[in-house]
Design a protein around this ligand. Structure first.
Ligand code: FES
Ligand code: CO
Length: 325
């Protein structure tokens, strides 16, 4: 079923990694719709995965001479979605103007392909680390979660769980108390102060100490986390962005950015993040209600949940309906 959330349909939604769109068309389920992505020398294009002739999935077809070819009767569509060839038409007959695919705005940024279902081409958020040569960037995901996107995002912004769910990795049970912090709103930016988190081994030297976490909300389904080591000023930033598959399923993607030598390979870094995410997954998949309550009276928050509260208030202000209540 199509998810009618106009805030998200007006936004850029992550669809896949750029490298996932190869020579063959690719189907991605986005907000209850099947979308086909294909590549030609003009770039990557996104259409509703539906041929107007008999409803075949265009993603089962192929790309030939830059055109997307329907598998069923061979109709061909160009980058604009216009049908340029109907093999069954007798010679001399022109192609009906209605023979078109439904095209969506789509663009490449930060190593991902993004889609804008309402074709209003909004501004893309900025992630300066990606083009900063001081940073090493590693893509992470896809990771499927059977939970609604706002629950997944809020889990990422939650400081209080680190010493429990990620005990031994991102916190220790002897240090569960979170210090005071505020959340600030400036123009489009919503971000927290630095929050001191006691970690058992933040830099791989085996020495436990406080590091500083900051969180930032960029878009309804795109948020940032930065860890700073106060001694070295080493920074790691993780950008998390969620693809809403349908009413109840999410796919998480991320970029991990380091301004220091981690001593680990890309693969090891991804596996560590997968392991951390696997610790969160059963929690998020079993939270009730499944919709994130935007009425702050519904769940019982603590002061340290300020970032989550700011996220709920932001979703409410933006009018996000998918996965909220
Ligand atoms: Fe696509 Fe017939 S259904 S060409
Ligand atoms: Co977690």
């Amino acid at each position: 079923m199509i998810v009618e959330d106009h805030v998200l349909r007006n936004d850029w939604i992550v669809a896949c990694k750029i490298e996932d769109v190869k020579d063959e068309p690719l189907q991605v389920a986005i907000m209850g719709e099947r979308v086909v992505f294909f590549r030609n020398d003009k770039g990557i294009h996104a259409f509703k995965d539906l041929c107007i002739h008999r409803g075949a999935a265009l993603s089962l077809g192929c790309v030939r001479d830059g055109k997307l070819v329907c598998p069923y009767h061979g109709w061909e569509y160009n980058s604009e979605g216009a049908c340029t060839k109907i093999p069954q038409l007798p010679e001399g007959r022109s192609i009906p103007l209605k023979a078109r695919a439904i095209k969506y705005a789509c663009r490449e940024a930060y190593g991902f392909v993004w889609i804008n279902l309402n074709n209003n081409n909004p501004e893309m958020f900025s992630y300066p680390q990606f083009s900063d040569e001081k940073y090493r960037n590693i893509h992470w995901g896809p990771q499927q979660v059977h939970a609604k996107p706002p629950r997944v995002v809020e889990n990422f912004l939650d400081v209080g769980h680190l010493s429990f769910i990620h005990e031994g990795y991102l916190g220790v049970q002897e240090h569960p108390v979170i210090g005071e912090y505020d959340v600030h709103t400036e123009d489009d930016r919503i971000y927290s102060d630095e929050i001191a988190i006691f970690q058992p081994d933040p830099d791989g030297t085996g020495v436990a100490k406080d590091v500083y976490y900051t969180y930032e909300i960029l878009r309804p389904l795109t948020v940032l986390f930065t860890k700073r080591d106060p001694d070295s000023d080493n920074r790691m930033t993780i950008l998390l962005t969620i693809l809403p598959v349908d009413e109840s399923k999410s796919i998480a993607y991320g970029i991990m950015s380091f301004n220091y030598e981690t001593g680990t390979t890309d693969q090891e870094t991804i596996e560590f993040q997968d392991m951390i995410f696997a610790q969160d997954k059963p929690i998020v998949e079993n939270q009730k209600p499944e919709d994130l309550p935007l009425d702050l009276q519904v769940e019982l928050s603590l002061k340290c949940d300020r970032m989550s509260i700011a996220y709920r208030q932001y979703l409410k202000r933006m009018g996000v309906t998918l996965g909220t209540d």
